[in-house]
Design a protein around this ligand. Structure first.
Ligand code: SF4
Length: 453
């Protein structure tokens, strides 16, 4: 970001990406000679005060909002992480999950005497990159790519260079855009929009982008497999609807999924209601296909965060209770189709049904715009414990009874993949099918890097 304080740009980028992680956040900035980092627990707007930007000077910056998938939610695990290795100092921010992190950590400790201060897989990536052999950052990143298994979209910063990379399967999103004379890299294009940057393109699976005084260089690792495995859950729930992922607007993808859901699970009803906000587009798609009118039925308190990504069940339950208020006049006496984006642990759905019944709904037919989630995710979404997954342990009829719905229908895997589109092609659907795009050790858990585990 020539001539600009990149840390302030990073702040607004993080603000647009707050939905991807609400536990901690941070920014690292470089001015050609030094790298400075500020991290803390909480939301982006709670963490940064004007004075925090003074040390974050320079034309290069990276930032991170954390949603913990490996390592507990605590300050030492907040990112960007700053490490030093054979290739120098670097700060790193990581989205995803590296499933062979524990083995790599042991190797790094033995070979380079690396002193780990966090319990995350991200620190392993940082040390691996800082100690990688190679004459250039491109070579070092490609070396890392060969050693890391799993999902990683990365941004890293040295004193004078910005590096971005995406794993060869393209599991997590990453895109780049132009802002004046500078470049912006972000998990989702909505961040570019909010910054006023022009979306240029997605970072390709297996690609490394290096930005320094000499300009922008990009290269794709030569032995990248043909296979792609973009996380389909990004389209279903995780990403913002106004983001474009691999060439597809998430809002349109969700509408198409909702329409497919209507074809697979029609029902005689008066109104289609979406559980705001992540189910709204799917509900509009269901309504359009079924011919049943769409209406807002629940109002969401916008100041309650995303309950699915809270790290503890107690916080998720509390969050759900604060979250929704029904529009009783709209709902009273109506037969409702309630469209939900997904049912993971079953925290939200029974509560929503109780709220709607109390508001006078005559019938409640739940339609879920995802297949039943039966398998843990080891690639960057915190559902690593199969015991927690309601569909792993109950039939559809049992889930219907547990939620209190009059009827329940899930989108099929075939239906989902039939309507999902991506320029890169190929999606990961392992949480529905158990077909993981990389070999996983099924005992892997969120706390695998904690002492004593
Ligand atoms: Fe996404 Fe599910 Fe694959 Fe995890 S297992 S990357 S949530 S599709």
């Amino acid at each position: 970001m020539p001539g600009a304080e990149a840390s302030r740009v990073a702040f607004f980028g993080l603000f647009a990406l707050q939905h991807r992680g609400q536990e901690s956040a941070g920014i690292a900035a470089a001015d050609g000679e030094n790298i400075n980092v500020h991290t803390d627990m909480g939301l982006v707007t709670q963490i940064f005060r004007e004075r925090d930007f003074y040390p974050l000077a320079g034309e290069l910056a990276i930032g991170h909002t954390r949603y913990s998938t490996t390592g507990t939610s605590q300050l030492c695990n907040a990112q960007p992480l700053l490490v030093e290795g054979q290739a120098g100092r670097l700060a790193l921010a990581h989205n995803g999950n590296v499933i062979n992190a524990l083995q790599l950590k042991r190797q790094l400790q033995e070979q380079w005497n690396c002193r780990f201060t966090t319990t995350t897989d991200s620190e392993v990536i940082a040390y691996q990159l800082a100690n990688a052999p190679g004459q250039s950052w491109e070579e070092r990143v490609f070396y890392c790519m060969r050693t890391l298994e799993g999902a990683f979209s990365l941004v890293a910063l040295t004193e004078d260079t910005l590096i971005a990379a995406r794993d060869p399967l393209g599991i997590r999103p990453l895109c780049m855009g132009k802002l004046g004379d500078g470049w912006v890299i972000a998990s989702e294009s909505c961040a570019l929009d909010h910054l006023g940057a022009d979306y240029a393109r997605d970072i390709k699976p297996g690609e490394v982008v290096v930005i320094d005084r000499d300009g922008v260089r990009a290269a794709v690792r030569s032995s990248v497999p043909e296979r792609r495995a973009m996380c389909i859950f990004e389209h279903i729930y995780f990403a913002r609807p106004d983001s474009v992922l691999d060439g597809t607007l998430v809002y349109s993808a969700r509408q198409d999924m909702g329409a497919q859901l209507a074809r697979e699970h029609p029902v005689d009803a008066d109104l289609v209601v979406g559980i705001p906000d992540s189910s709204t587009a799917a509900a509009v798609g269901y309504a359009r296909e079924s011919g049943i009118p769409y209406s807002d039925g629940l109002i969401k308190n916008r100041y309650v965060g995303r309950t699915f990504i809270e790290p503890e069940q107690r916080l998720r339950d509390l969050g759900v209770r604060q979250k929704f208020n029904p529009l009783a006049e709209v709902i009273q006496g109506q037969r409702l189709v309630v469209v939900d984006d997904s049912i993971v642990r079953g925290t939200t759905t029974p509560h929503v049904i109780r709220v709607l019944r109390r508001a006078g709904a005559k019938e409640i037919h739940v339609r879920v715009c995802a297949p039943p989630i039966k398998f843990p995710c080891y690639m960057g979404v915190d559902m690593a414990d199969q015991d927690e997954l309601i569909a792993a342990n109950n039939t559809v009829e049992e889930i219907r009874a547990l939620t209190g719905a009059d009827s329940l229908g899930f989108l099929s895997v075939g239906g989902l993949l039939g309507v999902a589109k991506g320029e890169q092609g190929g999606f990961c659907d392992a949480c529905f099918t158990g077909n993981y795009p990389v070999p996983v050790q099924l005992q892997l858990g969120k706390l695998v890097m904690e002492p004593g585990e």
